[in-house]
Design a binder for this molecule. Sequence first.
Ligand code: ZN
Length: 404
Amino acid sequence: MKILLPDALLTGTSLLRHHGIVFDKTILEVAPNEVLRERYGSKCQELGEGSVIMPGLINPHVHLEFSANRSTLTYGGFMPWLNSVIASRDELINECDDTCIQKEIEEMLSHGITAFGAVSSYGYDLNAAAACPQKVVFFNELIGSDPAMADALYANFQERLFASQTVKREGFHPSIAIHSPYSVHRVLIQKALKYAQEHELRVTAHFMESLSEREWLDENGGDFKPFFVNFLKQHHAANTPAEFLSYFKNVPTLFTHVIHASNDELTQLQEGKHTIIHCPISNRLLGNGALDLERLQANTIRWVVGTDGLSSNYTLDLFEEMKIALFMHHSQELIALAQKLWQSVTADAAEALKLNCGKIVPSYDADIVIAQVDYPISDQLPLHLLLRPPLIESVYIYGEKVKG
Ligand SMILES: [Zn+2]
């Protein structure tokens, strides 16, 4: 059992001054430092002025297999980016071996990320994800819109899914990703979602990332058209947006991006109790615009923040991602947004991914970050943590020290 007394404690939903925690594998107690001092005496570890305890951060959306990208891919527009992915995919994937993936997972840990959702296209990130200390929601991705190829593509997906299901370690969750409404045939989607329901697997999907996607799904036209006609000999979108969302009716899902969703689609997302993953840096780099947070809040749709992969980001650091979100959404009230961002990468992300962490509250797993700031702590700490990221001194997962 460990007892830590910090200057400030972020619980996942609020900020407490001079409160400490008692934990072993899970959090046992949160109480004012003076109460803990009286009760436990010399067993208490004083962390001193400027020390902050917070829940481990949760990155719900990353593509680790693309971690070799630095300047290979083209930024500025979705179609130029997609074409560059197709042209350089093999090269990027081959350049990123287990060590390259491990390095990015360690990088996330050094930024206080104790859980992540990895969208895996090929299964090449399985070994590193299985062996790392973090909690992992391992989303095996299903892709394929050509009915002639459906059986082969589903078999390949199943093979990867089954391989991930052989990993037996606490905190590792084999799961399913449906790539997008334009890239997966409805028969495959329905089959995969049926399996997900039967086996209580977590599910994610990309949705309405670009205007090109909007135009293709609505009108079978726009920038996507030449791409589908030339590469895939397809003249019609695989799904309409409404049909696509209807398949997820009873499967609460994490939908990534959702920038160009219509009001009806937002209603569907709200009714299905789905969560939106917001990746502001990726959205900016690929020219997709900015998510309208006011519309989500008006529809009471939960949103969380993710980094996306290094295929559309320069870092897998949620402090940086939150800071960018803070400046991108300039019409939101500053302090309220900073608080909401913290909640999104801790308590809300954990709930959406069905993980027993993200809160410093008794009975939650002791996934904890101990950090230090070199400035006086005020009520505006959630903001200052983004402007001047703290030094991360140590990280605990299930109460075990994994860093520091
Ligand atoms: Zn993605």
